[in-house]
Write a protein that binds this ligand. Structure first.
Ligand SMILES: Nc1ncnc2c1ncn2[C@@H]1O[C@H](COP(=O)(O)OP(=O)(O)OP(=O)(O)O)[C@@H](O)[C@H]1O
Length: 176
């Protein structure tokens, strides 16, 4: 048992920060919200498509990045993939096999998958991990834009992250 008695709601435009020490259950909560893990008790209701970014890249390590991203761009009916490549500065990397990308480059590739889906609910598990200061600031700006356009951003992070007027869930308060 990780936590009990936790309840919250997010409306369009909301940002919510899930905070807590290593192992408290932030990733588990995010996986429950994404429908990948079933809580022992309680329920999750959501309206609208959910985009999850966590430590798993979900890109073929043997393909050049452009081709690996194209797999998802086709599945997701993405109409303007070049936009995400540009925003995340992936253009110079499109011919590089995914397995050769650095930690931060891989994270930017995962974020491109998220942008290409244009889904209203973002579940972000440690989204700044591996990003340099400039890439962190750019992604924080993207989160602010997403919320300003009526999206929801729910973020688990143990490092400081700038979110627009965030609500905060301190998981330690619900720990069992
Ligand atoms: N499938 C599983 N079966 C059993 N225990 C698990 C499982 N997945 C995670 N745990 C345990 O649940 C606890 C919470 O893990 P979780 O990954 O949710 O923590 P976290 O708050 O995201 O940690 P971190 O900040 O280190 O990423 C940990 O003690 C972990 O070992």
């Amino acid at each position: 048992m990780l936590f009990r008695g936790l309840s919250f709601a997010c409306a369009p435009g909301d940002a919510l920060l899930v905070a807590g020490a290593n192992g408290i259950g932030k990733s588990s909560l995010i996986r429950m919200l994404a429908g990948l893990l079933r809580p022992i008790a309680g329920s999750v209701a959501s309206e609208g498509a959910i985009g999850l970014v966590d430590e798993r890249l979900a890109l073929d390590p043997n393909l050049p990045l452009g081709q690996a991203l194209r797999f998802w761009e086709r599945l997701d009916d993405c109409v303007a993939p070049a936009r995400a490549h540009e925003i995340l500065q992936l253009e110079p990397l499109l011919d590089v096999p995914v397995r050769y990308l650095s930690t931060g480059q891989k994270k930017r590739a995962a974020l491109a998958r998220l942008l290409n889906r244009s889904c209203p609910i973002w579940l972000l598990d440690e989204p700044l991990n591996g990003l340099d200061t400039q890439a962190q600031a750019s992604f924080e700006a993207l989160i602010a834009q997403h919320c300003a356009a009526g999206g929801i951003a729910l973020v688990a992070s143990h490092q400081g992250i700038a979110l627009p007027d965030p609500a905060r869930v301190e998981l330690a308060e619900y720990a069992v």
